[in-house]
Design a protein. Structure first.
Length: 118
C-alpha cells in the first residue's frame, strides 16, 4: 500500500505544537478518572457507614424488645404462684403422666437405656 501523503493543514504527531495538546488531553483524562474513582470510593464508604448504622439500630431495637420481654416475664412470675397453677390445673381435670410412644412405661424405657449403656 502506498503511503498517504501528509495533510499540510494538520500538524504531524511529532510536531511540538501537537505535544502541548496531547499533554493537556492526558492531564484532563487523568483528572476526570481521578474524580470518577474518588466518587466511587465515597459511594462505597457511604454504603459501609449506612450498613453499620442499620446494624446498630437493629441491635438497639432488639435490646429494647428483650427488655420488654424480661419485664413481662418478671410480671408473670410475680402473679403466678405454684398453688394457683395447681388450682387451675385441677379445674381442667385429673393430672396424669403423658404416655410414651408404643405404650412402654417410662421406667421400662429408663431400664432399657441403662442396659444399653452397660
Amino acid at each position: 500500500m502506498p503511503a498517504r501523503p501528509a495533510n499540510p493543514d494538520r500538524p504531524a504527531a511529532g510536531d511540538p505544537a501537537m505535544q502541548g495538546r496531547s499533554t493537556f488531553a492526558k492531564v484532563g483524562v487523568l483528572i476526570a478518572a481521578g474524580g470518577v474513582i474518588a466518587c466511587a470510593l465515597l459511594a462505597i464508604r457511604q454504603q459501609r457507614l449506612q450498613a453499620f448504622h442499620e446494624s446498630a439500630a437493629s441491635q438497639l431495637r432488639l435490646r429494647q424488645h428483650e427488655e420488654v420481654v424480661f419485664k413481662l416475664r418478671a410480671e408473670i412470675a410475680e402473679r403466678i404462684q405454684p398453688a394457683e397453677v395447681r388450682r387451675m390445673a385441677g379445674q381442667i381435670g385429673p393430672l396424669r403422666t403423658i404416655g410414651s410412644p408404643g405404650g412402654a412405661s417410662p421406667t421400662a424405657i429408663a431400664e432399657g437405656a441403662r442396659r444399653e449403656g452397660e
